[in-house]
Design a protein around this ligand. Structure first.
Ligand SMILES: [Zn+2]
Length: 175
């Protein structure tokens, strides 16, 4: 008896971005979606790496269309990153809040929970006193904490009409 195919992939989609969509790449990382950013790659290099790494290519370079053997790619239609982000979130039905701030924006590495005492010298005194949860990038050692960033990011997502992802409680939808 054949196995039923799952309706949706369980592993989240991963991306590969070139220099034409740098800010988009940064925002996908903020939302917690694994996005390699390789600004130096030509379209041919993108096609090669996209296939090798099993990632979806994001670019505004029209030359990508010449590669008939290209792996999955998304030609980003818009100039403004807000429209770009909306295009990708909609196309892949990404949940914009489920993974929020789980990756290092600089390194694309999953953040690890950091012991509060260990970050005391790394963050402003007020932040250290008022925040309870800190996370650290295992590669660049940058320390992240919640509240302020999260609120401003959620406000940005609300402006985009993206916050909620259909899974939030009604009180968070104040549009
Ligand atoms: Zn980092």
């Amino acid at each position: 008896m054949p196995q039923a195919t799952p309706a949706e992939q369980t592993a989240p989609v991963t991306f590969l971005a070139d220099r034409t969509v740098g800010k988009l790449a940064r925002w996908l990382r903020i939302l917690g979606y694994d996005t390699r950013y390789l600004p130096q790659l030509s379209p041919a290099g993108l096609v090669r790496e996209g296939r090798r790494q099993g990632r979806i290519i994001l670019t505004r370079n029209t030359r990508i269309r010449r590669f008939r053997d290209a792996p999955t790619f998304v030609f980003i239609e818009h100039d403004r990153f807000r429209d770009q982000l909306k295009q990708v979130v909609t196309a892949f039905k990404l949940d914009p809040v489920a993974r929020l701030l789980s990756l290092c924006v600089a390194c694309n590495q999953p953040l690890k929970v950091a012991d509060k005492d260990s970050v005391r010298a790394k963050v402003p005194a007020y932040t250290w006193q008022t925040q309870t949860t800190f996370r650290r990038c295992p590669r660049c050692r940058r320390v992240y904490w919640g509240a302020t960033h999260r609120e401003s990011i959620l406000a940005e997502l609300r402006r985009l009409g993206l916050e909620g992802g259909g899974n939030r409680s009604p009180e968070s939808e104040d549009m």
